[in-house]
Design a protein around this ligand. Structure first.
Ligand code: PXG
Length: 439
């Protein structure tokens, strides 16, 4: 499909895409290896976003491809309802070796959205099996992104993801977000100002009463909304308030899991232990869809009561722990460990930080936020056309061989964790040049 006939693009209703705009001027990725994509007309594109925050070990890892191929010819599919297969147990054991201390059980799903809905359901059911069934409220956060299931959009806080879809789950409330450029613009790493924003949880407890609240769900670093960092001490405060009131804390680590911040999980980076962690994306290096929900032992144990013949949790998916996904995940973990990728972002984060903050010189840049191997570069919006400027950056960058993500007028960067220092320089030099051409 080098010059696709426009009618050939019609049938695919593309997700989170302006379909007509895209189909009038498509951007087709045809091949990938290492840090690069190649377009269908043969141009090389440097991947500054790890696909969509998921290809942490870089593209085209033959170890993963070989493991998946072998698995599909050995055991293509096996149910995990009342049955099992060896790789599911092997992967679970491998994962709990790298999850934060005390996380010793894992429930498998197929995406981040399913991980979130599963985590919310586990939280509600946990209180119920403990005899605390009045705890039914779920607390999310403004600007939060927790996927697109009804649970996820209910606790999520991005207006366009919510407003089209009815009244959503009942009994949900939201904490304030922590983006405040007036105090925190151009902070390097986590901002100093804003720990008091965690007290917003006390406000919601005072309003609803703790006895009605099941869980709080938070991304340690908000990704989709444009890289929004927790102020220093904020997550610790949230943890303390949850503890004080018997509320479960869920960290949605779909983006921050598997090394993005320079530690295996965001919980490690911030030294805050939630009760439940959701993950996906980097779990299989993006090669096969898979997500996971990690829980601490007291949560699992709370369900393991009653007659042994009773199903403890009425939840699961046809493809929970799909053999091909398990094979991909085990191989991804092997690569992460062999190449020290779960901590590599920590060694690169200073170079990354200096490189992205150099973009401050552009007249259009009003804030830069960074942590680990993530950055958000916020542009001043064009009068009456929010998002237009960043979208222009995306299209120009693509024409010039660079893949970035944009959300609103923020450019988000999250390259594969195998990136070299020269490639970091290439990304920011190219972006600086593009920003000079944008009106
Ligand atoms: N939670 C978080 C924190 C996420 O970032 C999901 C849940 C949902 O995962 P699935 O696998 O159902 O898509 C995500 C997904 C972006 C972008 O450009 C981010 C995501 C997905 C697509 C685009 O920021 N994150």
């Amino acid at each position: 499909m080098i010059n696709p006939d426009p009618s050939a693009l019609e049938a695919f209703w593309m997700p989170f895409t302006a379909n007509r705009q895209f189909k009038a001027k498509p951007r087709l990725l045809a091949r990938a290896e290492g840090m690069h994509y190649w377009t269908s007309d043969g141009r090389q594109i440097l991947d500054a976003v790890a696909g969509l925050w998921c290809v942490n070990a870089g593209h085209g890892r033959s170890e993963i491809a070989d493991a998946v191929a072998k698995q599909l010819t050995t055991l293509d599919y096996a149910p995990t309802f009342q049955m099992g297969h060896p790789l599911a147990f092997e992967l679970a054991n491998r994962l709990i070796e790298i999850t934060p201390k005390d996380f010793d059980h894992v429930f498998f799903v197929n995406s981040g959205s399913e991980a979130v809905d599963t985590a919310l359901k586990i939280a509600l059911a946990y209180h119920r099996v403990k005899g605390d069934a009045s705890r039914q409220r779920l607390i999310g956060r403004e600007k939060g992104y927790h996927g697109v299931g009804f649970g996820g959009i209910s606790v999520g806080g991005m207006v366009n993801n919510r407003k089209f879809f009815g009244s959503l789950l009942p009994g949900v409330d939201h904490l304030r977000h922590t983006l405040d450029p007036e105090h925190n613009a151009f902070s390097r790493g986590v901002p100093e100002w804003g720990v008091h924003l965690a007290e917003d949880l006390e406000r919601l407890v005072a309003l609803h009463d703790a006895s009605t609240i099941a869980a709080v769900i938070i991304e340690p670093v908000q990704g989709s909304a444009g890289v929004i960092l927790p102020p220093k001490g904020y997550l610790q405060r949230i943890r303390e308030i949850c503890d004080r009131h018997g509320i479960l804390l869920i960290f949605d680590e779909v983006i921050t899991g598997f090394g993005r911040l320079g530690t295996p999980f965001g919980a490690d980076y911030f030294e805050v232990t939630p009760d439940i962690i959701t993950a996906a994306k980097g779990l299989t290096n993006g090669a096969i869809p898979m997500g996971a929900v990690f829980v601490r032992k007291p949560i699992y144990d709370a369900f393991m009561r009653g007659p042994e013949s009773a199903i403890e949790l009425f939840h699961g998916y046809t493809y929970s722990a799909h053999p091909a996904a398990c094979a991909a995940a085990i191989e991804a973990l092997n690569i992460y460990q062999r190449e020290n990728l779960l901590t590599r972002a920590a060694t690169l984060s200073r170079v990354w930080e200096s490189a992205v903050h150099a973009l401050r010189d552009s007249r259009l840049v009003i804030d830069i936020r960074n942590i680990g191997l993530v950055a958000g570069i916020e542009l001043r919006s064009r009068e009456g056309a929010p998002g237009a400027r960043a979208y222009e950056v995306l299209t120009k960058a693509f024409e010039e061989g660079l893949l970035v993500r944009v959300t609103g007028d923020t450019i988000a960067l999250s390259p594969p964790l195998i990136i070299s220092e020269e490639q970091i320089e290439q990304i920011t030099t190219k972006l600086a040049a593009i920003l000079r051409t944008i009106a």
